[in-house]
Design a protein around this ligand. Structure first.
Ligand SMILES: Cc1cc2nc3c(=O)[nH]c(=O)nc-3n(C[C@H](O)[C@H](O)[C@H](O)COP(=O)(O)OP(=O)(O)OC[C@H]3O[C@@H](n4cnc5c(N)ncnc54)[C@H](O)[C@@H]3O)c2cc1C
Length: 397
């Protein structure tokens, strides 16, 4: 019983439903979306209507209540089909709804979480700044008190969904001298607030369906009811969201690895050279075997971490210190391994395709461009190794 890794019939049914939906509504449009570099608004709306943007959110707050395991199932299936849709959904759900669920007041949950989980509003999460990336506690966007309210000024960059989001969780410095320990506060801003504008959108190597936007805050007046969690505790808000994001990124990488591996296997069985399918050559067989090993190992890691997060529940007040630290280490391990294995597996799958793998429009070529960012965003893999090593030194293996 303690080692039961099987899915429930409901989880299997959910996976089947997602698979059928993605085959019908998403797979047919991704090549064109990638080529035109357009946000896939129509398919996103359909996903929202299915409830997919609120999968782990409890039903009382407008979600499907399927927990982190259900959410990992969705992202694994999305990862097989398209990384852009996975990123749009992850930026909204992991990074947008998690802080609202974990730290929001009842009023904030009703105001932002419920419409977000129902798919009526799209969320984004904005931590990074030009001078503050890996050193994310050093944000310089200023939050100055003005009576009971706040005034926010500064520039945020690289915000996924930044162009389309209806509301954004923004980290700003209430006291830059204090840094992550008391100096960062999380705020919820709505699109169109006076002084809050979208700046330039980046052109990127991959993830062509996503916007990666600059957000400019020019004296944005914010009432106190937009502070998420406690003043000065925004770094914890951000890290709590990123723990969820890193496991869901692992699930999306798992899906991308599975699609790349099965595509390579199929191609190897069909492609004839020297009078034989190339799958009969040992060099190709070893690549396929290496891919299968990574897929199988990662599947256990991802679902173990997701089940662990479900067991702990969404309320940080219920977690003890050991659980919290173990969760953060596990999320870092999953994110780091998943993103590196995905890059390796997709690279080898492209190699199996020979020259065809390098041709624009072939799925493995898009997967290759899309995969690379996973080693960088939601905390670079160097930072994940620091997180893992610090925890090892404190708590041992
Ligand atoms: C497509 C895309 C989408 C993104 N989406 C979002 C989003 O939605 N919201 C958001 O807030 N941010 C987002 N980001 C930002 C992303 O999380 C950061 O780019 C990332 O955390 C790295 O920060 P940086 O780019 O400033 O690199 P830096 O921090 O400048 O790092 C440069 C290099 O130095 C290394 N390095 C830095 N410090 C150390 C150290 N102490 N030890 C060892 N090595 C170190 C890094 O690992 C990296 O290799 C996104 C970025 C991209 C490209």
């Amino acid at each position: 019983m303690p080692f039961d890794f099987s899915f429930t019939p409901d989880q299997e049914a959910f996976r089947e439903g997602v698979r059928a939906f993605l085959a019908r509504e998403v797979a047919p449009i991704v090549a064109e979306m990638d080529e035109k570099e357009e946000f896939p608004a129509a398919s996103v709306r359909k996903m929202q209507a299915e409830g997919y943007f609120g999968v782990p959110v409890p039903e009382e707050y407008g979600g499907l209540g399927l927990g982190k395991v259900g959410y990992a199932i969705l992202l694994e299936e999305l990862g097989k089909v398209d990384a852009s849709h996975g990123t749009i959904l992850g930026a909204h759900t992991s990074l947008g709804t998690t802080p609202l669920l974990a730290f929001g007041t009842e009023e904030q949950k009703r105001r932002w979480l419920v419409p977000a989980a129902r798919g009526e509003k799209l969320l984004a999460f904005s931590l990074t700044e030009p001078g503050s990336g890996s050193d994310s506690g050093s944000v310089r966007t200023k939050a100055e008190r003005k009576g009971d309210a706040w005034v926010l000024s500064g520039t945020k960059i690289y915000v996924s969904n930044g162009k389309e989001a209806d509301a954004v969780i923004v980290m700003a410095a209430n006291d830059a001298k204090l840094g992550p320990a008391g100096g960062v506060t999380a705020f919820v801003l709505d699109r169109g607030m006076p002084g809050f504008t979208v700046g330039r959108c980046e052109k990127k190597m991959g993830l062509h369906g996503t916007s990666t936007a600059e957000l400019v805050l020019d004296g944005v007046e914010v009432e106190a009811d937009r502070v998420l969690g406690e003043v000065g505790r925004g770094f914890i808000v951000a890290m709590t969201a990123l723990d969820v994001g890193r496991v869901s990124l692992g699930a999306a990488s798992l899906g991308a690895m599975e699609a790349a591996s099965s595509g390579a296997l199929k191609f190897a069985q069909e492609r004839m050279q020297f009078g034989h399918p190339i799958s009969e050559f040992e060099a190709i067989q070893f690549k396929l075997a290496d891919m299968a090993m990574r897929v199988q190992a990662l599947r256990y890691l991802v679902y173990h971490a997701a089940a662990e997060q479900d067991r702990m529940g969404p309320d940080p007040r219920a977690w003890n210190r050991v659980e919290r630290e173990a969760k953060t280490r596990n999320a870092a391990i999953v994110k780091c391994l998943a993103s590196e294995w995905a890059s390796e597996v997709i690279d080898e799958a492209l190699q199996v395709h020979g020259g065809l793998g390098y041709i624009r429009g072939i799925p493995i070529e898009r997967a290759y461009r899309d995969a690379r960012i996973s080693e960088i965003f939601e905390g670079t893999n160097e930072v994940q190794r620091l997180v893992i090593a610090r925890d090892l030194i404190q708590r041992g293996l």
